[in-house]
Each structure stands twice: as C-alpha cells, then as structure tokens.
Design a protein around this ligand. Structure first.
Ligand code: ATP
Length: 246
C-alpha cells in the first residue's frame, strides 16, 4: 500500500451567522492525522455548519477552514484529498448505486475500477445495480461512505455515519474508521452516540452554541468522569439551546 500523506484539517477563528443566528462563533481547532476525532455537541451547536465550511459548501463570515493548509475550494483534485459523507439522502433516488459512483469517478478522473473496489469495501457489490430510492437508510449510508472512499483520500469526514445502520453496520463502521486512522488518515466524525465514540474515537472536539468547549483526548476527558457520556453532559450542561436547532 502507498504511504498515506499526513494532512490535517485546521479551523481558525471560524464564524458563520444565518441572519441573527450565530451558528459558528470564533471556532479554532486542528484535526490531526492518524486518529479518529469525534465532533460532538448538542443539536444546533454548529457541527454541520462547520463541516460544510471545511468542505467549501458554506463561506465563513470570518476566519478560515483549511485542509492541508489550503481552503477546500483551492484543492486541485478535491476527491483525492477529502472524502465526505454529509447527507446520505443526497443521492438522486432514480440513480443506481454503481452509476452514481461511476459518474463521480469519471467527473473526478478516477479509474472506473475504483467504483467496484469501494462497492466491495462497503458490502454493496451484490446490490450495485439497485436504485438509491430502493435502498434502506443503512444501505444509502454505505453508498455515501463508498463515495467518500472513492478518491482514496488522506482526509475523511463523516456526519453521523452510523445513522440508520443495524448492529452489524455499526460494528463495521467502527472497524472502518479505526482502520482508516491506523493507516495514517485524518478521520473526523460527528455523532450523538457517546458510547459509540467511547469505543471508536481517540480524540474529541466538543462544541456548544458555536463555540469550542473542549479539544482533548478521550482518555483525558474520561479521566475525571465515570463514562464519556457523563463527561460530555457535564461539559455541555450550559450549552444546550434547542431554540437554535433546525
Ligand atoms: N442554512 C441555514 N439557514 C439558517 N439557519 C441555519 C442554516 N443552517 C444551520 N442553521 C442554524 O445554525 C445553527 C447550527 O446548526 P447546525 O446544523 O450546524 O448544528 P448541528 O450541531 O449540526 O446540529 P444537529 O446536531 O442538530 O445536526 C442552528 O441554529 C441552525 O438552525
């Protein structure tokens, strides 16, 4: 296997407001390669907005989000640098799994055989001709993960990857994330499942109301608490504001 280039994600003073709602409020942190970093916070804390800014889908009002020192929009071959699963429902329901990946591969000058490799990797090879609209939520999650892996990128971002997966699927995602980090990749994953992250993540970035609450190892976070969930609840106690949640 080729050596994986070590590429970090860096957010510096990120800010984004939608009208009067400040979704992200001066956020700075770095996501390092070679480990799984969990991205957590109450509903409406600003996680998706931050991920969207890292991926160039939203423009920050202030600050910068960089991948390997560059804004996503400046990357020459983005799929080869960053793979992302944001919204598994984003695939057109009429499109067949393999055609969706093939279209992505071709438009990013990736070899067509990579399509079959990633379908195999995520366990969808036998349903490659099924339309996205005829797939279960869990299967669509796997298709989204396949798309993220297509360019064999050193940076991977997953927004709620175990959403809709059965226990076998959850177990599989855990192994996948750990394996990708062990290869030296940067793995950034948002989740609401603290017990899941306790088993999967090495490090957590915790935010609330758009601000950084903690950027620490899972070991350090759990040192003073009975469980990671307990530590999280303590950290976010004053940051829950469901008026912000969409
Ligand atoms: N396109 C938008 N237009 C207006 N407000 C938005 C938009 N996107 C997000 N927001 C608001 O910004 C805040 C942060 O939302 P965001 O979706 O980033 O939070 P989150 O941490 O991902 O939440 P969840 O855990 O519920 O997915 C919320 O108040 C939300 O309502």
């Amino acid at each position: 296997m080729d050596t994986i280039e070590r590429v970090s994600i860096e957010c510096r003073g990120l800010r984004k407001a939608y009208g009067r709602t400040v979704a992200v409020d001066g956020l700075s942190f770095t996501v390092e390669p070679g480990r799984v970093t969990g991205f957590v916070g109450p509903n409406g804390a600003g996680k998706s907005t931050t991920m969207r800014m890292i991926l160039g889908l939203d423009r920050p009002d202030a600050g910068a989000a960089l991948v390997g020192g560059q804004p996503y929009r400046d990357l020459r071959t983005p799929l080869r640098r960053v793979g992302a699963l944001l919204d598994a429902g984003a695939v057109h329901p009429g499109r067949r799994a393999r055609d969706h990946l093939l279209w992505m591969a071709q438009s990013n000058r990736l070899p067509a055989r990579r399509t079959d490799e990633v379908l195999e990797l995520v366990g969808l090879a036998t349903v490659a001709r099924r339309r996205a609209g005829d797939m279960s939520l869990g299967m669509r999650q796997r298709l989204g993960i396949a798309a993220a892996l297509l360019g064999d990128p050193p940076v991977l971002m997953f927004d709620e990857p175990v959403n809709g997966l059965d226990p076998q699927g959850v177990h599989w995602v855990r192994g996948l994330l750990r394996g990708l980090a062990a290869q030296g990749r940067t793995v950034f994953v948002s989740s609401h499942l603290m017990s899941e992250l306790a088993d999967t993540a090495d490090h957590l970035v915790v935010i609330g109301r758009g601000r950084l609450l903690a950027d620490a190892s899972v070991r350090d976070l759990t040192a003073g608490a009975s469980t990671l969930e307990q530590a999280y609840l303590e950290l976010t106690r004053d940051a829950v504001d469901y008026g912000r949640a969409s």
